[in-house]
Design a protein around this ligand. Structure first.
Ligand SMILES: *Cc1c(COP(=O)(O)O)cnc(C)c1O
Length: 223
């Protein structure tokens, strides 16, 4: 973990470069509560975690006005840890998972905001719907019966490559998919408005291609 002053300075430096309307999510996975407190002191309120139990533990320990974002692969049996309070689940990668989150939303008397994760990178290992699978799922209209989830937009991770053109092409494809889905299924729904794209190494490219929420970890917290 970095020195607290360095964490604060990193937050301030990144925030200074962001256009109005772009939300910085500080990805605090693997970092202790003290690191999150340093970012919090710099005014940061949106934090991302990729393990449900870690997120729950940090939620219990830290300030209650923190908005917690779940960004990792979510297993159905772990939804219960985060369902009562999670601000946004970025990583819905199947209709089944959306149904399960809906069930937990109902149990907790809330509508849980969610993003659909799009598999756009070249790597096999990344989770998510392909663009066609996502369009097909939405065309099915069954999701409209799920009253305890709200689909707010799309999330993606670009390929892990130095090829900036390739990364730009991927973010651009997700932006086009977002526009298509918005026009087909959410034209009356102002809440469908989020593109969660961009990490420490590629967030400026993501912002150029319409990202509204960037997820930045190592640039803030790592040595
Ligand atoms: C870890 C992680 C990030 C942050 O990555 P950095 O390169 O550390 O900024 C963003 N999104 C997801 C889904 C992650 O797992």
């Amino acid at each position: 973990m970095k020195d607290k002053e360095l964490i604060k300075r990193s937050i301030e430096e990144i925030r200074a470069t962001l256009p109005v309307g772009v939300t910085l999510i500080a990805v605090s996975k693997y970092h202790p509560a003290e690191a999150i407190e340093a970012a919090y002191e710099a005014g940061q309120r949106d934090f991302g975690e990729s393990k449900a139990q870690d997120l729950k533990a940090k939620h219990e320990l830290l300030a209650k006005d923190i908005r917690w974002h779940f960004i990792g692969h979510l297993q159905s049996n772990k939804i219960k840890y985060i369902a009562p309070f999670i601000h946004l689940i970025h990583s819905i990668d199947s209709f089944r998972l959306l149904e399960e989150v809906n069930r937990h939303g109902a149990k907790n008397g809330r509508r849980i905001p969610c993003l659909l994760q799009i598999h756009i990178a070249q790597e096999e290992s990344k989770f998510g719907f392909t663009p066609d699978e996502c369009l097909e799922m939405l065309a099915g209209e069954q999701w409209r019966t799920l009253e305890n989830v709200e689909i707010r937009g799309l999330m993606c991770m670009a390929s892990n490559t130095d090829d900036r053109e390739q990364i730009a092409t991927e973010f651009s494809a997700v932006q086009e998919l977002f526009k298509k889905i918005k026009a087909r299924h959410f034209s009356d729904d102002k809440k469908f408005s989020i593109i969660s794209a961009g990490m420490s190494d590629d967030y400026p490219i993501a912002i150029n291609h319409g990202s509204t929420h960037i997820r930045v970890g190592s640039s803030i917290f790592a040595e």
